[in-house]
Design a protein around this ligand. Structure first.
Ligand SMILES: Nc1ncnc2c1ncn2[C@@H]1O[C@H](COP(=O)(O)OP(=O)(O)OP(=O)(O)O)[C@@H](O)[C@H]1O
Ligand SMILES: [Mg+2]
Length: 321
């Protein structure tokens, strides 16, 4: 029996010649076509500004940023090789982002999609984020259409599969996840000039998933590990988050938040930068309640933007300890 074909309609045909756009329904943005130097590719693609924003906007993540720079370099050199006719095969760009919750995987995947788009490796540069439930059906015959629909939406961009290991459930012999995996594998191979897949999840579970799915493992070209943030990085993220929302820590509040983090990281369900965000949301709620209680007071900009020590200390995390 020959393997069924899963070409996704409306997507670029799996053709080899990368110098002639036109197979796709949307022209491939490529302002690097004649480039002969790295500088020309960078200028044509404007990719450097994405890298600079990544370095500037994201706190910490030093190893991840270094890997993104390496991948960008590889892509730029590939452009130059294509321009000299030295390469015709699209490079394999599928990736795995492993790390604990809230370590920035989705955020970095969005930046990666921008980089790929600016360099013309994908036509649109959007990111479609899914989990098992978006790909796998409940009944026989439901999975293939679901998976293909998602692939169709993601074509020309990045398909981000969060907690990808849930696709594989060996304990259930008839699990439909396997069907989704097989469709993905084929598209990852045949349409890799138009779709980049990023699998994300906890490192240990990703490792186990790859051990049981060598086909998937062999198609992943880049593995990026997202480390947990240190408390000083989380504090830095808190400062940045507040600033973008037009808030700031008042006298002593940052120290209180540092203590909060010291306690919070030891508790269950700690989710790095996401927990910082959630904690600050609750601090803003407490600030609002505090200000609300004082009906007659005229509130100035300072009052309205300042998170006080009490707004932090009101957290349950302090009461428990
Ligand atoms: N290094 C960072 N600097 C600043 N903000 C960050 C950083 N990392 C993450 N954040 C912020 O924290 C939040 C969670 O990040 P993100 O969703 O990218 O993490 P994730 O690893 O995908 O998490 P999850 O596993 O929970 O989906 C986002 O609002 C993001 O902007
Ligand atoms: Mg995420």
């Amino acid at each position: 029996m020959s393997a069924p074909s899963y070409a996704i309609p409306g997507s670029a045909a799996p053709v080899a010649d990368r110098r002639t756009p036109g197979a796709a329904d949307e022209p491939r943005e490529d302002r690097t076509a004649g480039a002969r130097s790295v500088a020309e590719v960078l200028e044509g693609s404007q990719v450097e500004s994405v890298l600079q924003e990544l370095d500037r906007d994201l706190i910490g993540l030093v190893p991840v940023k270094a890997r993104i720079h390496d991948i960008a370099a590889l892509l730029v050199i590939d452009k130059l090789r294509v321009n000299l006719g030295l390469t015709s095969q699209a490079p394999s760009l599928h990736m795995c982002f492993s790390g604990n919750p809230g370590t920035g995987k989705t955020t970095v995947a969005n930046r990666m999609a921008q980089i790929l788009h600016r360099l013309g490796f994908v036509r649109k540069g959007h990111l479609v984020s899914v989990t098992r439930d978006d790909l796998v059906g409940q009944y026989i015959g439901h999975t293939a259409p679901k998976t293909k629909e998602v692939l169709k939406r993601a074509m020309g961009g990045v398909l981000f599969i969060d907690e990808a290991y849930y696709l594989y459930r060996p304990e259930n012999e008839r699990d439909y996840g396997q069907e989704a995996i097989e469709i993905l594998l084929q598209v990852m191979e045949n349409q890799r000039d138009d779709l980049v897949v990023i699998l994300a999840g906890y490192k240990d579970r990703m490792d186990t998933f790859f051990q049981s799915n060598p086909g998937m493992s062999s198609r992943i070209a880049h593995h990026l590990d997202f480390p947990d943030y240190a408390v000083d990085e989380l504090l830095h993220i808190a400062d940045l988050t507040l600033a973008t929302q037009n808030y700031r820590f008042g006298a002593g509040a940052k120290e209180a938040f540092q203590q909060y983090l010291g306690l919070r990281v030891q508790q269950p369900h700690f989710a790095n930068a996401r927990s910082v965000r959630n904690a600050l949301d609750r601090a803003r709620l407490r600030q609002a309640s505090r200000l609300f209680a004082d009906r007659q007071r005229v509130l100035n900009a300072d009052d309205l933007t300042t998170i006080e020590v009490a707004d932090i200390r009101g957290s349950r995390v302090f009461q428990k300890s």
